[in-house]
Design a protein around this ligand. Structure first.
Ligand code: THU
Length: 137
């Protein structure tokens, strides 16, 4: 389903609001993410860093946690921004996180424009791959 420009603007503004709540004292690189769910909800997240640098939670982790903890559903459109309010790409790990809950048709706002997750994370490993193994005798 196409996403109207006004809806992308709404997501962007929620991502910026989330970015302002980020806890990023180590990198000084706050990130905010926002997405539509297939029932019309908006879920958001911000990055939460840690003195143990590797423990850092990306903004997408918080977003997916909110998705599940607010009733689940499928992500349909996603955007994330940095501290300059610029659109950024989700990191590799977060592409996999998002793929699990939006699949290949999730629309992602990239710096160059909107792309489906099938292009953002091509040849993705997903739940279906596990299902195939379970059915093998
Ligand atoms: N970061 C995110 O929150 N999401 C991404 O997709 C890219 C990176 C955060 C993690 C870390 O707190 C900071 O940006 C710098 O890497």
């Amino acid at each position: 389903m196409p996403v109207a420009d006004s809806q992308w603007a709404e997501l962007r503004s929620q991502a910026i609001a989330a970015m302002r709540r980020a806890y990023s004292p180590y990198s000084n690189y706050p990130v905010g993410a926002a997405a539509f769910v297939d029932d019309g909800r908006v879920v958001t997240g911000c990055n939460v860093e840690n003195a143990g640098y590797g423990v850092t939670l990306c903004a997408e982790c918080g977003l997916v946690s909110e998705l599940i903890n607010s009733g689940g559903g499928r992500l349909t459109a996603f955007t994330c921004v940095n501290g300059n309010e610029e659109t950024i790409v989700p990191c590799g790990r977060c592409r996999q996180l998002l793929y699990e809950h939006g699949g290949p048709d999730l629309l992602v706002m990239m710096p160059g424009g909107i792309a489906p997750m099938s292009e953002v994370l091509p040849d993705a490993f997903g739940p279906w791959d596990l299902a195939e193994v379970k059915e093998t005798p």
